[in-house]
Design a protein around this ligand. Structure first.
Ligand code: CTP
Length: 406
């Protein structure tokens, strides 16, 4: 079987939730990608789906019993050692709670406790369970031990309500498994500083000038970098996007461009790569009113002054030694590559990630062109997380060349 997972052993652990039916599609996607798939169903999962379905698809009996009489060895140890990746989908609150606490009272959790390979959890539960501090703690513990999460996503739930708790689609989970199988921890020891989100430039104590940046692209880059072994700091403006699950990311919240500039400057010396994904406001009100401006006259004129260009400042500061590697972003309405190249030289950075204004802001997907002095690579309609990996791949090549020079 060919495909990105050719020859890889993937263990699919199916928990007990209505989303278990989607795990049948997930098994098929993993098989399509070339994997050999082994399935464990928890007792609760068996109430939703049958082992026969998985056995028919995978060609291997679905497992459930910890002490399988037909098996002479220790099944959980064997399954854990054989798997190169383990996917838990749906990962119920209960299954994650047991895994987080090292409880091993069935085949699924005993196998997870023996696992040496990467584990991907695809949570699915009611939003109140997902938001509960107990679940938050359990998830944080699993992630701190190296587990990956995919989802949950917002959507209609079995109960008819809408909220965060729906299992990610099987195709997306399978893609994450493929990414994980191919990604190395190739940024170990690299210090990455990412800026994300908009800046808010105060007009008076209650009003500001801002923009629609969601911060998702920057956060996706931060997540990807930390998963690849980097030490990551995010300096972000006011964002509502769900924060990353990675406890190890240092987060610094700012409001204005001037605050962002100060926080970035304080860390630039200690960074190997700086990714300016923030949508920094180009202008700020010259004078910030100390009291709320009252409506009066029919026309109100605000005088704006230019904000410092943080990226250009970094480009000028780092000079000829090209350290840290500098990545800029550009939103354009046409001639992407042309404008990106001029931004590249004007701001003295190594690459510019350019996208058209109609793409990119609030969504989870994006279409970008990664522009360097010599190359322009278009990546169309991919999840921001995948684009993040491609940006880091490109940044790493500059890191390697600046390392070999210095
Ligand atoms: N940027 C910055 N400081 C600013 C403005 C922008 O560091 N005051 C960074 C952004 O984080 C992003 C890139 O520069 O990486 C985007 O620049 P953009 O605002 O598009 O560039 P301009 O040179 O202002 O181009 P335009 O003429 O298109 O506005």
């Amino acid at each position: 079987m060919s495909g990105p997972l050719a020859g890889r052993e993937v263990l699919l652990v199916v928990g007990g939730g209505i989303a278990a039916y989607k795990s049948v599609t997930l098994a098929r996607e993993l098989l399509r990608a070339g994997a050999k798939v082994e399935t464990i169903l928890t007792d609760a999962a068996q109430k939703f789906v049958g082992g026969v379905t998985f056995a028919g698809l995978t060609g291997r009996a679905a497992r459930n019993e910890l002490w399988d009489a037909s098996y002479s060895g220790e099944l959980h140890v064997e399954l854990a050692s054989r798997a190169s990746i383990i996917v838990v989908a749906p990962a119920t609150a209960d299954l994650m709670a047991r895994a987080a606490n090292g409880i091993a009272n069935d085949l699924a959790t005993a196998t997870l406790l023996c696992a040496k390979s990467s584990i991907v959890y695809a949570p699915a539960m009611h939003p109140r369970m997902w938001e509960h501090p107990a679940t938050r703690e359990n998830v944080a513990r699993l992630v701190a031990r190296g587990a990956r999460l995919v989802g949950p996503v917002i959507g209609p739930l079995a109960s008819g309500e809408v909220g965060v708790g729906r299992m990610e689609e099987p195709e997306v989970i399978a893609r994450r498994v493929v990414e994980l199988a191919s990604s190395a921890r190739d940024l170990e020891g690299v210090r990455v500083l990412v800026t994300a989100g908009p800046t808010h430039e105060a007009i008076d104590p209650v009003r500001f000038i801002g923009n629609r940046s969601s911060g998702k692209m920057g956060l996706a880059i931060a997540d990807a970098a930390v998963e690849r072994g980097a030490t990551v700091t995010v300096v972000h403006g006011p964002i509502t996007a769900r924060a990353s699950h990675h406890e190890s990311i240092t987060r610094v919240a700012v409001r204005s461009a001037l605050e962002m500039q100060a926080e970035v400057a304080a860390r630039s010396e200690d960074s190997d790569v700086i990714v300016m994904a923030a949508a920094v406001a180009d202008y700020r009100p010259d004078v910030v009113a100390t009291h709320k401006i009252k409506k009066g006259q029919d026309r109100l004129v605000l005088e704006l002054v230019k904000n410092p260009d943080i990226l250009a400042g970094l480009g000028a500061w780092r000079g000829a030694n090209k350290r840290p590697v500098l990545v800029g972003f550009a939103v354009e309405t046409g001639d992407l590559v042309g404008y990106a190249r001029s931004k590249l030289s004007r701001k003295g950075c190594d690459m510019v990630v350019a996208n058209l204004a109609e793409h990119g802001f609030e969504g989870d997907d994006n279409t970008v062109t990664i522009v360097t002095r010599e190359t322009a690579e278009e990546i169309s309609r991919r999840p921001k997380r995948e684009i993040a990996d491609r940006i880091l791949d490109a940044a790493r090549t500059f890191l390697d060349s600046s390392q070999s020079r210095g």
